[in-house]
Design a binder for this molecule. Structure first.
Ligand SMILES: [Zn+2]
Length: 413
């Protein structure tokens, strides 16, 4: 008999768990992480001196006390006994491969994408949702990362943004047939999500509180109908109050920015389980712009209203019970500083634990991957990071990433 089936019992918190293992000639390759402080699930109590046992990219056990050997296995120990260990962070709003400006094209976007992907993973963000790239660059980058040719986070991608077309307003959706065609093209081209530009960009005056929604109702309906047909979710860029109400009426799954969402919109989001990705890290950019004052007075007043209104409004949504996930809008703000969203959450009043929850559990839930990502539990994908210090007591410690594992492979140690 070539293969022998045998059973190994490992003790998890006093309970015995058995699993079958088919043994071939090669010994099993197992990585055991010794975690000094383990936040297995953000929002729950941390545990000390735990062993996380990883095999074939998955967490196969978490045990109290440090385990150093497993029978018939080739074991690698990662000593994080003086570190804070948690699930990989997730950024639900990035633009890894988006090039804008004179003379820039898809080649620039692709090159930048490779570097941006690396920076993102090195700061502990093991999964991102990319909400708008130049042409097909993000689909190719996603493949290169999956194939192991480029180092970067796991990417879910919306491809290009769908908007009313023209200038910088996204891929053409102008009239029902055009919106259907563009949405279908994006999904058949490889989009995991659809991203729509349902209001002006934050850099335009028409994105203010009373700005108009960009699409006609039949256009939004055409997009969301196609998305539903292919079982793909829709993320809506929205600043003005009216555009949020319009897209919520057609069943989008996340509101991006949501700068001027009112309480009525918040209540619809709570009722329908719609996520809010407020991209509050953009306040870093606004701070600089306002300090420099190098813009027309009308534009500065517009920026000031965003700066004054958004953080308290996000806090209001949080207190009211809207589900919030982290998203920096990296691409508009720098890549590799994705931790700023978590830090900004705490600055606006969120507890450290809830900010870390937004960057792990909530983000995994937003992309329907709660069974695979967001916590350190048996059966989950081994996306594990470690920091020096303790971000539950000092949120800035989230910047001190000393270890990154994605899919069971170590990228930073
Ligand atoms: Zn964006």
């Amino acid at each position: 008999m070539k293969n022998i089936i045998f059973i190994i019992f490992l003790s998890i918190s006093g309970v015995s768990l058995g699993f079958a293992q088919e043994q071939s000639e090669e010994p099993r390759k197992i990585t055991i992480i010794h975690a000094g402080t383990l936040m297995a699930v953000a929002g729950e109590d941390t545990l000390s001196e735990q062993s996380i046992i990883v095999e074939d990219g998955k967490i196969i056990d978490v045990t109290a006390s440090y385990v150093s050997e497993i029978d018939d296995a080739d074991v690698t120990i990662v000593d994080l006994s003086d570190k804070f260990v948690m699930a990989g962070l997730m950024d639900m709003h990035v633009h890894l491969a988006m090039s804008r400006g004179p003379g820039k094209n898809a080649a620039d976007a692709a090159l930048a994408g490779v570097s941006n992907a690396y920076k993102t993973l090195m700061v502990g963000f093991t999964t991102v949702r990319d909400l708008g790239a130049t042409d097909d660059t993000i689909f190719k980058l996603r493949k290169a990362i999956n194939d192991g040719d480029v180092i970067g986070p796991r990417v879910l991608s919306a491809g290009s943004i769908i908007g009313v077309g023209g200038r910088s307003n996204g891929k053409e959706c102008n009239g029902v047939e055009s919106c259907r065609k563009t949405t279908r093209d994006m999904i058949t081209g490889g989009a995991d999500w659809i991203k729509i530009y349902s209001s002006c960009s934050g850099g335009q005056l028409c994105s203010n509180k009373d700005g108009a929604a960009m699409f006609f109702d039949d256009e939004i309906k055409a997009i969301t109908d196609v998305a539903k047909k292919y079982d793909v979710k829709v993320a809506a860029h929205s600043h003005p109050t009216a555009s949020a109400h319009q897209v919520l009426g057609y069943g989008v799954s996340s509101i991006e920015h949501g700068s001027f969402i009112d309480e009525a919109a918040m209540d619809i989001m709570i009722r329908d389980g719609v996520y809010y990705v407020p991209t509050v890290a953009v306040m870093d950019l606004l701070e600089t712009v306002l300090e420099e004052g190098d813009r027309p007075a009308e534009m500065l007043a517009h920026d000031q209203s965003f700066y004054d209104n958004n953080p308290p409004n996000i806090f209001k949504a949080y207190q009211r019970g809207v589900k919030i996930a982290t998203g920096t809008d990296a691409g508009v703000v720098p890549h590799g500083k994705n931790y700023r969203e978590v830090e900004r959450f705490v600055e606006l009043g969120m507890t450290n634990a809830d900010a870390l929850k937004a960057g792990t559990i909530n983000s995994a839930d937003l992309i329907d991957k709660s069974d695979e990502l967001g916590t350190i539990e048996v059966g989950k994908i081994a996306d594990i990071i470690a920091v020096s210090g303790n971000p539950l007591t000092e949120i800035k410690d989230i910047e001190n990433i000393v270890f990154v594992m994605k899919d069971g492979r170590v990228y930073k140690d």
